[in-house]
Ligand binder design. Structure first.
Ligand code: BMA
Length: 372
């Protein structure tokens, strides 16, 4: 009996020590965000909008304004923010938004319970003028869209002629990301989607401008830098572009690897009303492949960019976009920014507004109030 008692107490002590030892380490911001995205995916598809809180078609830089909110009464669940220009130490982004304002609006959206996604279209480090803005350069000279030099990626990698310059650029990005904290110093979690649309060749990191190995090395270089800087609050999104007859092989041909990616996305647009059927068919076919591959690789699928330019088919939201995506378990669909020359989100004065509201009212679309 005594022996049994000693054994039992001993076993209990071992178990309790083991309990302490195995105590779950605190989850990182990235893990928590991923879990949240997965849970929300069961509820519906989040709607997202690029640059939403900065400007709309009839206003700019008013506190708490949003074309989406002005149309349907709620903020988008997801807001997209663009950091192009931060690499130069510029005060404003390539879309003329002050970086201090970007920090503030990211914090605001986080505080109101929203999801943040960040893109970065860094300038071309080989052709950009050192030290200056783009003044004097003619678009696309010096920008992310400048593909006149076909070996930029190779040149910024370790051992390349522009590696040191690019290290400075990555450091400036890192310094900006470090500002994304709550007032009590907590790192804000977000989705980061660098080097996107790499299945096309319009950015200096595009398909015809680097080999598969160079592309992956570019991805790894940036990711390793930010991880070394302590960013455990980043959900990494890899997103090539939508393509006709997408296959799993094609989707993954430059994929950095399961240990390096959390979200798998696609970017796809409709430009003119005549493309409706083709857009719907392609989106459905692409999302089918995207969701299957994501499931197999434990990734979160999303339509990371989409839109119909200037909504020239006003019913687009309810007649085209929603029917093309709603049967797929994607996390979100994000329409691009409302720039005066080119807009992809709704706006109160435009004929598409009631159709946006129709989409908003559906149970399977999620806006800010639905995800809090
Ligand atoms: C493009 C356009 C550009 C913009 C860029 C980065 O699609 O909207 O005007 O500068 O994205 O946001």
């Amino acid at each position: 009996m005594k022996k049994l008692f000693v054994l039992t107490v001993g076993a209990m002590m071992i178990a309790s020590c083991a309990g302490i030892k195995n105590a779950e380490p605190e989850k990182t911001g990235a893990q928590l965000l991923k879990e949240r995205l997965d849970t929300l995916r069961e509820k519906g598809i989040m709607y997202g909008h690029q640059d939403d809180p900065f400007y709309g078609l009839t206003w700019a830089y008013q506190n708490d304004s949003s074309d989406v909110k002005n149309v349907c009464g709620d903020y988008p669940a997801v807001m997209g923010f663009e950091l192009g220009g931060i690499e130069m130490g510029d005060e404003k982004s390539l879309d003329s938004v002050p970086f201090t304002r970007i920090t503030q609006e990211i914090i605001n959206h986080y505080n109101r319970g929203g999801i943040i996604t960040i893109s970065w279209h860094p300038r071309n480090p080989v052709t950009t003028i050192d030290g200056g803005g783009l003044a004097g350069q003619k678009f696309p000279e010096g920008t992310a869209w400048d593909v006149t030099d076909s070996a930029v990626v190779k040149k910024v990698l370790d051992g390349g002629e522009y590696h040191d310059k690019f290290e400075t650029w990555m450091q400036r990005l890192s310094d900006f990301l470090a500002t994304l904290k709550t007032s009590d110093g907590k790192k804000i979690p977000y989705i980061f989607r660098p080097w996107h649309e790499n299945s096309g060749s319009w950015f200096w990191w595009g398909e015809k401008l680097c080999t598969v190995e160079e592309y992956k090395a570019l991805w790894n270089m940036l990711q390793d830098k930010l991880k070394a800087d302590g960013f455990d609050n980043i959900v990494w999104a890899y997103s090539p572009g939508c393509q006709d007859n997408l296959t799993a092989e094609r989707l993954l041909d430059r994929y950095p690897g399961d240990d390096r990616v959390d979200m798998l996305g696609l970017d796809g647009y409709q430009w003119v009303p005549e493309e409706k059927d083709a857009f719907m068919a392609r989106t459905k076919q692409n999302l089918e492949v995207l969701c299957k591959v994501s499931e197999e690789h434990g990734l979160i699928p999303a339509l990371t960019e989409c839109g119909m330019k200037n909504l020239t088919e006003p019913t687009w939201w309810s007649s085209t976009l929603l029917p093309a995506v709603e049967q797929f378990p994607i996390s979100y669909m994000l329409t691009w920014r409302n720039a005066p020359h080119e807009w992809f989100g709704p706006s109160p004065a435009k004929p598409d507004a009631p159709y946006f509201v129709e989409m908003y009212k559906k149970n399977n679309t999620l806006f800010l109030k639905d995800i809090k």
